[in-house]
Write a protein that binds this ligand. Sequence first.
Ligand code: GLN
Length: 488
Amino acid sequence: MYKKSIAELSQGLASGEFSSAELTRTYLDRIETHSAGLNALISVTADEAMAAAQLADQTRQAGNAGLLTGVPLIHKDIFCTEGVKTSCGSKMLDNFIAPYDATVVASCKAAGMPMLGKANMDEFAMGSSNETSFYGPVKNPWNIETVPGGSSGGSAAVVAARLAPIATGTDTGGSIRQPAALCGITGLKPTYGRVSRYGMIAFASSLDQAGPMTRSAEDAAWLLNIMAGFDARDSTSVERDVPDYTATLNDDLQGLKIGLPKEYFGEGLDADVGRVVDAAIKQYQQMGAELVDISLPNSHLSVPTYYVVAPAECSSNLSRFDGVRFGYRCKDPQDLEDLYKRSRGEGFGAEVKRRIMMGTYALSAGYYDAYYLKAQQLRQLISDDFKQAFEKVDVIMGPTAPDVAFKLGAKASDPVSMYLSDIYTIATNLAGLPGMSIPAGFVAGDKGDMPVGLQIIGNYFDESRLLNVAHQYQQETDWHTRIPQGFE
Ligand code: GLN
């Protein structure tokens, strides 16, 4: 049962081949057997999941089932879940039980999808390896000595290990796509504003976007159908119709123009990863696509720009965690200042503190123009590069990450080399564009066979096309069906 696609699960539930209770139990059993070794989950909500599964079965018997009624999933622990701990990977929120559901969570609940648990993640989604989590690092199911990527590493690991059919993630600078690449799954970061951010704990509000993390593009289309849509409670949510993302999966790719930015294939890209990505692109050519050389000349500015904008926004967003209203409070504070200082000092981890300090500095009166204002100007240049590219091409392709999964601890003490893990994904967030990562093959080496992701970037609100382009490749290849050893 755990090898079935969402379409097959939906079909199996509709025909009565199995019930949601049986399906949910199957996954909970797999979680029990495998999840401790991966450390991929912060909470397992077995009782709630079984109750939701029974409700889904009753809804079906009453003839009111939707397509996904009874299909279980896992949410990243950044989404508020009513009555269930929402930690955001931080000691600061280790005791936080959300009083309401995020819109994404509410939409999945309304669709009748039982929640199996909450996925481990980098603290406040800051990281590329899942090593900044208060709950310890997640292990990559392809080799448990390596990182799963981050910050949605728990979500990527559970889908790769088949501990859930699908999961949700969030992406501020690459946190859906990079872990998807490193764990050999499919991940889609939608256009900024496509999916509601309400109830999703804010990291950098102008960049954060939630999306599906799945085995295949087809599964992602099913989940995006539920996640996408206007939400009056998110002021940056876009009022625009949601197409049926499954309807165009089978469109022909004949004549598709694929842009290949020269900046994404140069220095810094691992040669073996580059070969896998080249082979995937050749495959598209054989499928009828046309390859066009392009340039995104301001690409080299995206990491430095991001590391001004994202910390600036996080320093403001995280000011609410003061020991008074939410989460952790230090013991025996002497006065209000001591309460603030020690609650924040003890509640936040090192990477979060680093970001708050960088952001506060960049926003300070004396340096605002030199850093924040300048970064906003560069952000515009980066967006304009894409605008010009999309006048010539339909999608842009390249690697998702410069290398395969690295060893746990390898970059933990070197923030800059960690920040470079997102060198190919960050510009998309700065521009607000949708981007996807799909499994494109493996690199054989001393870590064993490690998965490689192909990144596909689309124009604004062109998620249908991204999913179509990804699905067509997955009709021709079977990389996305591979299961890591020990989890078959
Ligand atoms: N790795 C990047 C960071 O640490 C992106 C994280 C994300 O997308 N949430 O900020």
